[in-house]
Write a protein that binds this ligand. Structure first.
Ligand code: PMP
Length: 393
């Protein structure tokens, strides 16, 4: 028999399972094709200004011009990326340095989460990752693809538009020592609901008493109440627990989304051992992170004038979001909780049918779970939005 006849005719890839399309990307296409003048894009999670644009920040533009003029080489750095970027960003995130923290640059917050997941999988392959429901849809896949089991715990009560803290603490009674608790540092995605300082302290005590490793995802520093205010809870927790992991994204607070800028820090007494493993894992994942965005952030943070201008523009972005929150909340008592929530997102109590009807009947586009991007609104579009929404609340 000829070898050829033994060879199967089917594709090498035929056993792969069909993957659902990314819901938000599908929404972009539908929105573009919609010709209605008053259509509203509250789907994609990027900051927007009053004109609906997601502009490059002034300090970023200035730093890019400097880079273009002065950058002398594009030769490799190393797996750690831009060390000065990491050092300056640590100052923004933690306020003060600590020799128990070790950090590396990563491709965005996603890269930081994945690197952290790989590090955990290599040191405790049976650690369960506990994630509040609902959360950013990429959280569970990032940890699962690193081979780690994921469990969800209660977090947000949609009907009451608030955190179900009691339910959360009750669910976390099922954790085992060595498990990992994933926490949003601020500006929770998709709910906008952040823990109070006292709740953070309770979570810190729970981590200590049950031997849990806190893994903090800080992707929106400066978009809630301010750069220091948004990091305060994270800083206090990191100070009070022996070990912690912090994944950071600069993609929102520097508006660098597609440049993929982030960092991962681990706090531990084993910094040298941890760092060696972070670098070895990073080498096999992406060898070294993309340079441009991190170099831009380094230039901004290293120059007092650019740094001040970046912080001022970020203040303006945050003020816009919080103005819209207050205006939205004032329109209808059922939207009142939105004024006390923070960041770009709010989760409305809408089923898939209502989300669909709002899109078809009113040209209002939002994520399938009812998440809206507050920054997609303007003071002028709020009344029509609330009028369309009201029958479904
Ligand atoms: N964490 C959360 C909570 C997010 O919302 C996002 C982005 N949507 C990320 C991490 C990842 O950010 P990046 O684009 O930097 O990968």
């Amino acid at each position: 028999m000829l070898m050829r006849e033994l060879v199967e005719e089917r594709s090498f890839f035929g056993d792969l399972t069909v993957q659902p399309a990314d819901g938000l990307l599908g929404l972009i296409g539908l929105y573009r094709a919609d010709e209605r003048p008053g259509k509203l894009d509250l789907g994609v999670g990027v900051f927007r200004d009053d004109l609906g644009a997601t502009p490059v920040m002034r300090a970023v533009k200035a730093a890019e011009a400097t880079l273009l003029r002065d950058q002398a080489t594009k030769s490799y750095l190393g797996a750690e990326g831009d060390a000065r970027f990491v050092e300056l960003l640590a100052d923004v995130a933690f306020g003060a340095g600590s020799d128990r923290l070790t950090g590396v640059q990563t491709p965005g917050g996603t890269g930081a989460l994945r690197l952290g997941a790989e590090l955990i999988a290599h040191s405790r392959h049976d650690a369960t990752i506990w994630i509040g429901a609902p959360t950013w849809p990429n959280h569970a896949p990032i940890f699962r693809e690193a081979g780690l089991p994921v469990q969800t715990h209660r977090f947000f009560d949609v009907a009451n538009a608030g955190i179900d803290f009691e339910g959360m603490m009750e669910d976390l009674e099922r954790t085992r020592p060595g498990d990992v608790l994933l926490l949003h540092g601020c500006c929770h995605n998709p709910t906008g609901a952040d823990f109070t300082a006292e709740q953070w302290r309770q979570i810190g005590r729970l981590c200590e008493s049950r031997g849990l490793l806190p893994f903090i995802d800080l992707a929106y520093q400066g978009l809630g109440d301010g750069l220091d205010a948004d990091a305060a809870a994270m800083r206090e927790m990191v100070r009070d627990v022996p070990e912690a992991v912090i994944a950071y994204s600069c993609d929102k607070n520097f508006g660098l989304y597609r440049e993929r800028v982030g960092a991962l820090w681990v706090q531990s007494d084993e910094t040298a051992l941890v760092r060696g493993n972070m670098l070895a894992l990073a080498r096999s994942l992406w060898s070294m992170p993309p340079d441009h965005g991190a170099a831009v952030v380094r230039l901004v943070l290293d120059d007092p004038a650019l740094r001040a201008d970046w912080a001022a523009e970020l203040d303006g972005m945050r003020a816009r979001i919080n103005r819209l929150r207050a205006a939205l909340a004032a329109c209808d008592p059922r939207l009142a909780p939105i004024s006390g929530q923070r960041g770009m997102f709010a989760l409305l109590p809408l089923g898939p049918d209502a989300v669909d009807r709002l899109r078809r009947d009113h040209g209002i586009y939002m994520a399938g779970n009812g998440r809206i991007n507050i920054a997609g609104l303007t003071m002028d579009s709020i009344p029509a939005f609330v009028a369309g929404l009201a029958p479904y609340l």
